[in-house]
Design a protein around this ligand. Structure first.
Ligand code: FRU
Length: 510
């Protein structure tokens, strides 16, 4: 009996291990293929990622820290993951920078370089400011579970020491109290911080990064109110081609964005070093797509450029997107500039100029009937740009594959509505909310022509209208790459300067 029992056990084991081996092999194949893994957008090597954190340039490297959960592909106890790049496009993964501790998980925040050693951590120490989120207090039903902490690194962000006096800002009795963005205020010669407290932005100042005083709050009458405010950022910008200076305040909202779910908006106004004010009656969205959230900008850039990175997802469906080994990517870094037209100020998000170093010009490989359809081996990792020289006629453009999956872009000159539609773009079934608003729309100002740049990378499309005057970022999951570019409506559409550029191989991000 015992022998028989053992035999059947060993038989079971070997058939089980064969099965397991087969499954593992299949999985490995899937993982290595990972059709949705971007080539030139940042993704974690594996597991879950959300917001970009601690964006800071130091010693000729751009640092990208990010909300990271190393044990699963869905959100969990937050760490700060870390990567570095010399050009914002080719990233090198680093070890995890910050781990949860007895004060809580490490939520979003920022990093600065303490050039003058104001904190006493050493000259040029990298200092991170982040939110501690205490899950035990939260579970116990207390409301003061979010506080602000700091940590420093003297070796370019490799190893970190948390400050023994943490938290540096205690919770004032508000559930949502987080996401500190610290910057050096040149005019006041002190450190300043913006953070969000429920539905307002609070301003703080400090001489040493350790002791902080609250100096003001900024509120805005939203009707209807938008969800909780998150991930603020503030910076001064010169209006392009003028000497005028204005301040831009960025805030993200988990719900209520232009085209459903999460999105990021901005206010343009004045800041006297204490209080931010705006004359605007309404705020503007930085991106009209569904997948650009919690974005913030770099501190300390060498050329003073304002470089922005967002998390390319949406809390509506972020935890269910159909990737296997990793989840979520960042948007391409974008250069923000402030512009003014007859309709007022707006922030333009343009492709960073470094993009030219990873593209190859292959327009000549394009075949098909000019002006109506181009067929190309793989549009899924490419940059398409063209000008439409007469936008008095409606047009519709589609990108599609042999499975008839298609992503459409259209424009109606009467309403001046530019829209995109991903309802047939590929895998759309993983979450009902993915198609909450199948069409993303934005109203384009009165223009006679339009330039369009589409950047595709496996599972995303970023659309820059007029070099970033209007932007849409969308995730898409086609089952095979799009190969056709088709002008399906608008015979009178005049297209010029059509270019398709292939992206040079950029991953793996070792
Ligand atoms: C935004 C956010 C932040 C928070 C972090 C937690 O996506 O909710 O407000 O700090 O994510 O991961």
């Amino acid at each position: 009996m015992l022998l028989l029992g053992l035999m059947s056990l060993s038989l079971n084991c070997s058939s089980k291990s064969k099965k397991e081996a087969k499954l593992l092999a299949e999985n490995a194949k899937k993982v290595s293929l990972e059709q949705f893994r971007p080539l030139f957008h940042f993704t974690p090597k594996e597991k879950w990622m959300n917001d970009p954190n601690g964006l800071v340039y130091h010693n000729a490297e751009y640092h990208l820290f990010y909300q990271y959960y190393p044990d699963s592909t869905v959100w969990g106890p937050m760490h700060w993951g870390h990567a570095k790049s010399k050009d914002l496009l080719k990233w090198k993964h680093q070890d995890i920078a910050l781990y949860p501790d007895s004060l809580g998980y490490i939520f979003s925040g920022s990093a600065v370089i303490d050039v003058k050693n104001t904190a006493g951590f050493g000259e040029n120490a990298m200092v991170a400011a982040f939110t501690y989120h205490d899950p035990i207090k939260e579970k116990e039903g207390q409301i003061d579970f979010q506080t602000q902490g700091i940590a420093h690194s003297n070796d370019n962000g490799k190893t970190w020491t948390k400050y023994e006096g943490n938290p540096v800002i205690k919770n004032p009795g508000i559930r949502d109290f987080r996401d500190p963005k610290v910057f050096w205020n040149v005019e006041k010669s002190n450190w300043q911080m913006v953070l969000v407290a429920k539905d307002e932005v609070q301003f703080y100042e400090s001489m040493d990064l350790k002791s902080w005083n609250k100096i003001s709050v900024f509120r805005f009458d939203d009707n209807p109110p938008l969800g909780v405010w998150e991930c603020p950022d503030i910076f001064k910008m010169k209006v392009e081609n003028t000497e005028e200076e204005k301040w831009v305040l960025i805030v993200s909202h988990g719900q209520g964005a232009a085209n459903g779910g999460s999105g990021t908006r901005y206010f343009i106004g004045d800041y006297d070093g204490t209080t931010f004010t705006t004359q605007q009656k309404s705020s503007q969205w930085l991106d009209y797509g569904t997948d650009n959230y919690a974005g913030v900008t770099y501190n300390n850039t060498p050329d003073g450029k304002r470089i922005f990175i967002g998390w390319m997802s949406n809390w509506d469906y972020a935890t269910t997107t159909p990737t296997i080994r990793w989840r979520s990517a960042m948007t391409l870094p974008r250069e923000l500039t402030l512009n003014k037209t007859e309709n007022g100020y707006y922030v333009k998000s343009s492709l960073i100029e470094q993009i030219g170093t990873i593209t190859t010009d292959v327009s000549s490989e394009v075949s098909g009937t000019p002006d109506t359809q181009f067929t190309y081996a793989d549009l899924q990792r490419s940059l398409l740009s063209y000008d439409i020289t007469d936008i008095t006629h409606p047009f519709e453009i589609s990108l599609s594959n042999s499975k008839e999956e298609l992503y459409t872009i259209s424009y109606d000159p009467k309403s001046r509505i530019f829209s995109t539609d991903r309802s047939k773009s590929g895998n759309i079934d993983f979450n009902k909310k993915f198609l909450k608003n199948p069409k993303q729309t934005m109203t384009i100002g009165a223009r006679t022509q339009m330039s369009l740049t589409l950047v595709l990378d496996a599972s995303s499309i970023e659309i820059f209208v007029n070099d970033g005057e209007f932007v849409m970022t969308n995730q898409i999951f086609p089952s095979e790459p799009y190969t056709k570019f088709h002008i399906s409506k608008g015979p009178n559409t005049k297209m010029e300067n059509f270019e398709i550029k292939k992206i040079k191989h950029v991953v793996p991000q070792e």
